[in-house]
Design a protein around this ligand. Structure first.
Ligand code: G6P
Length: 600
């Protein structure tokens, strides 16, 4: 969601900015723009649509070594040329890109900018106009910027150009992610390290309410009261090849295929020298001493959390509640004395989850973040972090992060169980190895998945995914994958609940995908399939070897029943992928969605 890049140095800024924005495309956006400063003036180019549309309007003859760029995911105002960033002040002196939401923008407009002519519907334009107002009143740019920041309520990552100062990009951050990358004879600004990996792997983290003066040779971080903050850069542990598609047609397919490898990597990363699984003792103490664990997450990560509840409760005997982050903040349940909060987030930047983290930290509770992104906001602000080691996930529809989250949760549950003296339910290293092998078999079944998608989903208006127990949670994820990328209205349902209302939607030919991997509910889920089939549904049963019958459409290899979501989700991911392809959808960049949702 909204991406920012900036460059100041000796090279062609246009190309570096455009390439950087291309690397941020995965976050989701609907318009884009850049502003570059040549010897005399700032040139702004913007376009609704894709970076390719922006490239088409950039004047190749402009030669500039400084600039800022932006991908916008519309919040205030429709996607359009006028609402696209960068935004300029009325006199054109200041040019700004912004990620986030300024909550008090209409108040600021009323109180400070009476009579100013606005050209966009965005909250952002208020910021750039305020800066110009303060500059017109005689303040130096840095001071005008600081004064403006002090007035803003809400979230922002900002990069600002001043036409009268060709040596500086002014940067600031509050709640929205932003990094400054360093190099020799140049520095860059980026929403995430991936954007600028082409020029540097050295990054400086920025904290909330800091502003940064970025020149070609210096990065000066200051607090809003002007105190200089010293902070050394860190090396972004990203391999440029990790963020390329290679020979794959889509990132999503590549990421689905990476899952066996990711599971093996997780086993390795969480093993000690003797080959035993281990978790940091402080985290274990926090988990085992809590009287209830609260898992907080959004989207796919929430679905992984539901499976995590089963793992923690059944293996470690710790009671767990799972909550959607955007609801929890406003609807906090009565908490016990020693709750532990576990935040699950691929990106580590999701604003809804972060709002809960801030709230529970204020209440003095401990928090653990399980994330794919080291150094992300949710990781930095929690007491503890467990990393997914899944490598960058670029496709908007999450696949390998989901299975990595479940695998890490299984390790946490397993080690917590051992430390509590609970009987060992399985040899987890061995069982995760079996899972990785099973995933490989499924990744090799693409032709069959393509066929199933064609048979059941390519021409349907809606679809249902049913299961019981842990299979129900996988069904929720299967339905989410399908709707995210193919725009088929898909719902995941508890097998037994469908008949209490929703069965009214079953018509002749309605696809119902049933997941059957659990022995204790095998007969009942099959009963639910009969109920929908009797009303004309077209059932597609995906079962696990050992529980399968002749009526099943696809049988997955047998794995430990608690780990079955790691395997049963793979056919659902692939079916969604092929259904989206058959319907000519943009698999990696589905409409309206953002990968990293940095607004509440
Ligand atoms: C967005 C994405 C989803 C993702 C959710 C949570 O809505 O489109 O795919 O599951 O955010 O993201 P997180 O990074 O916190 O896991």
């Amino acid at each position: 969601m909204c991406g920012i890049v900036g460059y100041i140095g000796n090279q062609d800024a246009k190309e570096i900015l455009l390439k950087g924005l291309e690397k941020l495309e995965y976050r989701g956006y609907d318009s884009a723009g850049i502003a570059v400063r040549d010897n005399s003036q700032v040139h702004v180019f913007k376009a609704k649509g894709r970076i390719a549309d922006l490239r088409a309007v950039v004047d190749a003859s402009v030669s500039a070594n400084t600039g800022i760029g932006h991908t916008r995911w519309a919040t205030h105002g429709v996607p359009s040329h006028d609402n696209a960033h960068p935004h300029q002040s009325t006199a054109g002196r200041f040019t700004l890109v912004h990620n986030g939401v300024i909550e008090n923008y209409s108040i600021l407009k009323r109180e400070y900018l009476e009579g100013t002519a606005f050209v966009s519907e965005t909250d952002t334009e208020v910021i750039v106009q305020l800066i110009e107002k303060f500059a017109n009143e005689g303040m130096e740019t840095e001071e005008a910027f600081r004064q403006t920041l002090k007035l803003l309520k809400g979230s922002y990552a900002l990069a600002l150009l001043d036409e009268q100062n060709d040596e500086t990009i002014f940067v600031a951050k509050n709640k929205s992610p932003l990094l400054v990358g360093t190099g020799s004879d140049f520095n860059v600004v980026a929403s995430d390290a991936m954007a600028m990996l082409q020029v540097t792997d050295q990054y400086v983290e920025l904290m909330d309410k800091e502003m940064v003066i970025v020149t070609k040779n210096d990065v000066t971080i200051k607090t809003l009261d002007g105190t200089v903050v010293e902070r050394s850069p860190y090396k972004a542990e990203l391999d440029a090849s990790d963020i390329e598609k290679g020979t794959y047609p889509h990132y999503m397919l590549k990421e689905i295929d990476e899952q066996p490898l990711v599971i093996r990597k997780i086993i390795q990363k969480y093993q000690d020298e003797q080959g035993s699984l281990q978790i940091d003792q402080n985290i274990l103490d926090a988990v085992t001493s809590s009287d209830r664990v609260y898992i907080i997450a959004c989207g796919t990560s929430y679905h992984a959390g539901l499976v995590g509840k089963q793992l923690l409760e059944q293996m470690a005997k710790i009671p767990v509640e799972v909550h959607v982050a955007s609801e929890f903040g406003y609807n906090m349940p009565l908490l016990p004395e020693k709750p532990l909060f576990i935040f699950i987030s691929q990106s580590g930047e999701t604003a809804d989850s972060r709002a809960v983290l801030v709230a529970v930290k204020e209440l003095g509770h401990k928090a653990l973040t399980i994330t794919n992104v080291q150094g992300s906001t949710l990781s930095r602000e929690a007491d503890y972090t467990l990393l997914l080691h899944a490598g960058p996930e670029i496709a908007v529809a999450s696949t390998k992060a989901y299975t990595a989250q479940i695998a890490v949760l299984s390790i946490l549950a397993h080690v917590a169980a051992a430390s509590k003296g609970e009987a060992e339910s399985m040899n987890l290293v061995k069982e995760l190895g079996i899972v990785a092998n099973a995933m490989e078999v499924l990744c090799d079944s693409k032709e069959e998945m393509d066929y199933i998608a064609r048979e059941y989903l390519s021409f349907t208006r809606n679809a249902f995914f049913i299961g019981r127990g842990i299979d129900y949670y996988v069904g929720l994820e299967g339905a989410l994958k399908l709707k995210e990328i193919s725009y088929i209205q898909a719902e995941g349902f508890a097998g037994g609940e469908l008949k209490h209302g929703t069965i009214a939607l079953i018509e002749e030919g309605t696809p119902v995908v049933a997941i059957a991997t659990q022995e204790n509910v095998n007969l009942s889920i099959r009963g639910n399939v009969k109920e929908v089939a009797a009303r004309g549904a077209n059932p597609c049963i995906i079962s696990m070897k050992g529980l399968d019958t002749d009526e099943d459409r696809f049988v997955i290899p047998a794995v430990h029943d608690l780990l079955s979501p790691l395997v049963s989700v793979v056919p659902l991911q692939l079916i969604a992928y092929y259904a989206a392809l058959h319907r000519d959808c943009d698999v990696d960049k589905p409409r309206n969605l953002a990968k990293s949702v940095t607004v509440e």
